[in-house]
Every structure is written in structure tokens, then in C-alpha cells.
Design a protein around this ligand. Structure first.
Ligand code: SF4
Length: 376
């Protein structure tokens, strides 16, 4: 089988693994003129790069209900050898088409055997071809601690996809996977190995949740995400809105609306960057984030006692609670107000504040800026 065909087919099959900000599925990926799948991603250091995202194989013994590569599905099955994939990546890198690799795989045999082939690919790319850049390796569910240590020798980042926030919700979408045994334990090992100094991952570890068909609630997803950030040191948690795939047990399940995924990312951002806790966020009776407003606006509307915030005197944390003020604009406000008070919304707009959102929640030298809103 032509390498080109494998790149095309196994690149398409990898689309459901998220590998970074701006690394979505259909909307973001692109094919180069030879049909290879290249995805934009933002690296942990903020650089935007093109990644080759690909599966080593789509042969799988598992039967996850949502997956295009599940064992019971009738589709062509292809595999790379480590030599084939390493050489193909090297050719793309040398032509400047990609700056990094995201390598995942279906589970065509024992987890450690699959890991061995993934690790061999990464090792060839590093040692034979001298690639110094970004390699993200997915940990196969059920992989051993030793396999993780070996993967970390060549990887910049590794990830273990939990897929669901509880064993019950995982069972509804992937009954063959063991939440604690094959998913949570490897994730815990990565944390322990990093703490012990046995592995070093410059871009840490990440995970991904499938949102929707497991019947999980947003509050469950975000509570676990909060624990993963605080206690397991995860770099990022990704949320993937479920889209039904023909010829899978979930083909008739309604797709998860994009806005739900978007609200989860907004709430996740509040937890990581704004000092919010999940316990403070506002959920509906079902435990989901409301659709109408973003989570920060929902919180502000639910806490009239906190407002208005006097922009000229509030501390950084208080400013961060105001809709329309983010970490960057809050820092600028604190710095610039030393030179004199802010009296007009235009002053704040200059610093990056979204004044339409902020105006109802602030005062400027004791005055509500509502009258200026008409000028905006
Ligand atoms: S383990 Fe499950 S999610 Fe992964 S490739 Fe196999 S069927 Fe798909």
C-alpha cells in the first residue's frame, strides 16, 4: 500500500483526537495538495504551528460506541510500520510542511505492543532523522508504567484520554474501557513519574473528554478538570462535542451542540486563568452551564452584591470578576491607574476592556458609566 494513501487515510482517521488550541476537526484541518492531513495547533509556548496528526493504525480490538475505528465497523484497515511513518514525517518536515507530530493509534493488539511501535516511530524521528521539535504521543489505554517511561524519552507531551468523567458515563460510550484501571492509573503514573524526576515532559500531559453521549453533566466534567489541573498538574483538558458517525451504535444519538463545547472551554478558562472554582460557577438544575450567557456573565448576574466594582480602586482579583475584563486588561488597569484615575469608558477600551460588557458592572470615580454607553 502506498505511503501516500496511508497518510491520507490514517490522517483523516486521527481527526477526533484534539491536539491543542485551534486543533478542531473538519473546520480547522486542511489537506495539502497531496492529500495529507495537517492541523494547526498552538504549542504550549504560544507558537502556532502545523502538525501532522496521524494514527499508526486504525486496526482496533475495542468497540467504543462512538468511534469510526471500532472493531465492529466495516471499513478499510491500514497500518504504518515505524520506519514508514518516521520517513514520511521527515520528508514533510524537511519540506517545511509541518513543524511537529501528533501520533495516536487504535488498539490493534496488546496495549504495550502498540506503544512499542509508537515509541519506535518517535525514536526513529529523533535519532535517525534528528528532528528536535514537538512530538505529542498518545498513551494507549492499559499501557504499562514502563511504556510511559519509554514514551517520555522522545515525547514533548503525552496524553491519556479519559473520555468521560465517571466510570458510569464511560460505560455508556466505551464499555471495554476501564476508567480507573486503564485510563486514570496511567494518568496518575505520568504525574508521579514527573514528580519523581524519572521523566521530563516539556509540555506536560493533557486529556480529552467526549461531551454528550455518556449523559455526563458539565459540572462533573469541570469538577474533574479542576482536580486534574490542581492535583495532577495537567496542562490542558480538551472537550470534544460528540458527532454521530454512521455505522456505530451511537449513529442515531443527537450531536452535541457546538455551543456546549464552547461554554465548557469558557468555564475551563475561568478555572485556569481567572481564579474561579467550579463550586462558584452557576449551573442549571441538570448541572449544565446555561446557554444564554457565558459563564462569567452568568456568575456576575447571579452576584449583584459583588458589583459595582470601582475600577480605580479594585484589586486585580476583583477586576478579573468583571465581565469584559481579562487578565491582560486587569494588569494594564492596575499599572496605568497609578498615573491617574480612569474617568471614561474610552480609557478602558484603550486597555483592551470590552466596555459594552463591563459598563453595567463598574463605577469610574464613583459614577456609573451608563451615560457613556450611548457613545460607544
Ligand atoms: S480504543 Fe475505542 S476510541 Fe480507540 S480506536 Fe479503538 S474503538 Fe476507537
Amino acid at each position: 500500500m502506498e505511503i501516500q494513501t496511508k497518510l491520507e487515510f490514517l490522517g483523516k482517521a486521527a481527526q477526533y483526537d484534539l491536539c491543542g488550541e485551534a486543533c478542531g476537526t473538519e473546520a480547522h484541518r486542511q489537506r495539502d495538495d497531496l492529500g495529507r492531513w495537517i492541523y494547526p495547533a498552538v504549542l504550549p509556548d504560544g507558537r502556532r504551528v502545523a502538525l501532522l496528526k496521524v494514527l499508526l493504525t486504525n486496526v482496533c480490538v475495542n468497540d467504543c460506541y462512538y468511534c469510526a475505528n471500532r472493531a465492529g465497523r466495516d471499513c478499510p484497515r491500514l497500518s504504518f510500520t515505524p520506519e514508514e511513518l518516521a520517513a514520511a514525517f521527515d520528508a514533510m518536515w524537511r519540506k517545511g510542511l509541518v513543524k511537529g507530530l501528533f501520533l495516536s493509534s487504535a488498539i490493534g493488539g496488546r496495549p504495550d505492543e502498540v506503544m512499542e511501535r509508537m515509541i519506535a516511530t518517535a525514536e526513529l524521528i529523533r535519532r535517525r532523522y534528528g528532528f528536535p521539535g514537538y512530538i505529542h504521543l498518545k498513551v494507549i489505554p492499559g499501557a504499562s508504567r514502563e511504556a510511559i517511561v519509554a514514551a517520555a524519552r522522545w515525547a514533548t507531551r503525552i496524553s491519556v484520554n479519559l473520555e468521560a468523567p465517571t466510570p458510569e458515563s464511560l460505560k455508556r460510550i466505551a464499555p471495554g474501557k476501564d476508567f480507573f484501571g486503564s485510563l486514570f492509573t496511567p494518568l496518575k503514573w505520568v504525574k508521579e513519574l514527573m514528580e519523581e524526576g524519572r521523566i521530563h515532559l516539556p509540555a506536560g500531559q493533557t486529556t480529552q473528554f467526549m461531551v454528550g453521549p455518556g449523559g455526563e453533566r458539565d459540572v462533573q466534567l469541570l469538577k474533574l478538570a479542576q482536580t486534574l489541573y490542581r492535583e495532577f498538574g495537567l496542562q490542558r483538558v480538551y472537550y470534544s462535542a460528540f458527532q454521530p458517525i454512521p455505522d456505530t451504535p451511537l449513529e442515531s444519538h443527537p450531536p452535541t451542540p457546538a455551543w456546549r463545547e464552547h461554554r465548557l472551554y469558557e468555564a475551563d478558562f475561568l478555572i485556569r486563568r481567572y481564579g474561579f472554582t467550579v463550586e462558584e460557577l452557576v449551573f442549571d438544575e441538570q448541572g449544565n452551564l446555561p446557554h444564554q450567557d457565558d459563564p462569567k456573565m452568568t456568575w456576575a448576574k447571579a452576584h449583584p452584591e459583588f458589583f459595582p466594582v470601582e475600577v480605580n480602586r479594585a484589586d486585580y482579583e476583583e477586576l478579573l470578576r468583571v465581565p469584559g475584563i481579562g487578565p491582560r486588561s486587569a494588569k494594564r488597569i492596575v499599572r496605568e491607574r497609578k498615573r491617574g484615575s480612569f474617568r471614561y469608558l474610552e480609557d478602558l477600551k484603550r486597555l483592551g476592556v470590552v466596555t459594552k460588557r463591563a459598563a453595567p458592572f463598574i463605577t469610574l470615580e464613583g459614577k456609573r458609566p451608563a451615560f457613556q454607553m450611548a457613545l460607544l
